[in-house]
Design a protein around this ligand. Structure first.
Ligand code: SF4
Length: 498
């Protein structure tokens, strides 16, 4: 009768195949950096929540049976807060993040790292409360604790107000009658063969499924799965309609079904197998003055604020990379990476002002991020504001140029720099780097923030971060050159006037 838990029931509700794979083929799961980050943040918030109840006791015995026994023992004593209290009923095991005694029973609290109560949190809380009540616990109130994004940390170690408790007792009541049905359905699935369910919307909701790489059709060049209609950007409903109409492959879609010029170009490129670069890209880069500055930032957004006067999840820039190109063709690289031991913003802003000089375009890829960070730093440091605001005014965004004028069949509907770069400079792809994306960079910086990190490890992590950010700005240099050379110098270019 054992084998189910709150998480497993929820996996089944997301997709029966997910529960089946989790149970019988767990080795197929791929935990990507974003998923790992989500787990880590969840643990961090869970630990932070416990600090508010210094008289609480943590149930951390090594096995479920011992956790159940330990919970029973603690409950038999004087009422006190319990962390990870463990209960089982009808073969369903749950652990409550917080169990807080009140006058007549216990408040049961699910702690979440989000800033709002999501629908699946109510299901989670309902399952916890259902099991606990059936195990004989007088649950008087069910709550979800979420992060209050208006909380500002003052740097004094006081986190009162970080979490906001939302009473969901009534909302969860309405689910409790459905839970036996959820449990039985999950058991039926586990007693059957692997359910053959195609990938779809459910793979991302409420969270990305770790079996996606295993379930999704493999992208083999030339195959239908290589150009699915879902690669069309900003066209979820159109893709659904096209599937219903029987079109799986972009190359099969009749021209009259695609009204958006961007979609039309994607279809042309998928069909021809050759990229398109329109002459306007060349014109827009050629008129840019020198020196040209190519910059990129990395940021951290701790769920639990670390530095004074910051809020939960506030983006804090900690690293920049800058390639500087002069008219005579020289390219110089400069970089800044915070130590990680204190608030990085002032040193980041000062060094950035120094490197960017007074004149010359500042090229970025997706300007919203860099521009908003520079403007925010200007608000934080009024003495640097004139220089920072002047820098923000010099920003030139390569993303809209790429989106409007370039597409390659291997971009699969994405103009992210990491999808564009392999199509113009495959030797610069990120595969040889230890840090390959922004989420990993955040992870590494979080490790650098540990003051007790051994020197050798610190040096190695810093080198990884510096190499990664440098690659991002070098990619921009290559992209700008690619556009600037245009058709004449890119002989394989297939130009279509748009
Ligand atoms: S990837 Fe999608 S189809 Fe496959 S198990 Fe996960 S949710 Fe189900």
């Amino acid at each position: 009768m054992s084998g189910l838990s709150k998480s497993r029931i929820q996996y089944h509700r997301q997709c029966p195949r997910r529960l089946w794979l989790h149970t019988y083929r767990p080795q197929l799961a791929e935990i990507d950096p974003a998923m790992q980050m989500r787990f880590d943040i969840g643990n961090q918030i869970g630990e932070a929540a416990r600090t508010f109840y210094p008289d609480g006791v943590l149930i951390d015995a090594p096995s479920a049976a011992q956790q159940l026994a330990e919970t029973k023992r603690v409950l038999s004593g004087a009422p006190r807060p319990i962390f990870e209290a463990t209960f089982e009923t009808d073969g369903v095991l749950v652990r409550a993040d917080l169990l807080l005694p009140d006058a007549v029973g216990y408040r049961m609290v699910e702690v979440k790292s989000a800033t709002e109560v999501k629908p699946n949190y109510l299901d989670d809380a309902a399952i916890q409360a259902w099991v606990a009540r059936k195990a004989g616990i007088p649950v008087t109130r069910v709550e979800v604790a979420i992060i209050d994004k208006s909380f500002t940390y003052r740097g004094d170690g006081n986190y009162d107000g970080l979490l906001k408790h939302v009473d969901v007792t009534v909302a969860t009541h309405s689910f409790e009658s459905q839970i036996p049905g959820w449990v039985n359905a999950a058991r039926d699935t586990l007693a059957s063969k692997e359910p053959l369910i195609d990938t779809g919307d459910q793979c991302e909701k409420p969270n990305r499924c770790p079996f996606f790489h295993s379930c999704a059709p493999k992208r083999v060049p030339g195959s239908k799965a290589y150009y699915p209609v879902e690669i069309l950007p900003w066209a979820d409903e159109l893709a659904i309609d096209l599937r219903i109409e029987g079109y799986d492959d972009m190359r099969e879609v009749p021209a009259f079904r695609l009204k958006n010029p961007l979609h039309q170009r994607i279809q042309r490129v998928c069909t021809s197998g050759r990229y398109e670069l329109s002459p306007e890209a060349q014109e827009q880069i050629q008129h840019l003055a020198y020196p040209r500055y190519y910059i990129d930032f990395e940021t951290a957004n701790p769920a639990v604020p670390v530095w004074a006067n910051t809020r939960p999840y506030q983006q804090i820039p900690f690293q920049w990379s800058c390639h500087i190109e002069t008219r005579n063709g020289t390219i110089e690289h400069k970089a800044f990476l915070a130590l990680g031991t204190d608030d990085p913003r002032r040193a980041f802003a000062e060094s950035l002002v120094d490197v960017l000089g007074q004149t010359g375009p500042i090229l970025v890829y997706n300007a919203g991020t860099e521009r908003s960070h520079i403007r925010h730093l200007a608000l934080c440091f009024p003495d640097l504001a004139p220089a920072l605001n002047a820098a923000a005014d010099r920003i030139v965004d390569l993303l809209p140029i790429a989106r409007a004028h370039y597409y390659h069949p291997d971009m699969h509907g994405s103009w992210k720099i990491k999808d564009v770069l392999p199509t113009i400079a495959p030797e610069l792809a990120y595969g040889d780097l230890e840090v390959r994306n922004g989420v990993q960079a955040q992870h590494v910086f979080a490790e650098l923030m540990n003051p007790d990190l051994p020197d050798a490890r610190r040096t190695s992590l810093r080198e990884s971060l510096l190499s990664y950010c440098e690659r991002d700005t070098l990619a921009m240099v290559r992209l700008a050159h690619f556009f600037e050379c245009g058709a004449a110098q890119n002989p394989s270019t297939h130009i279509v006037e748009l």
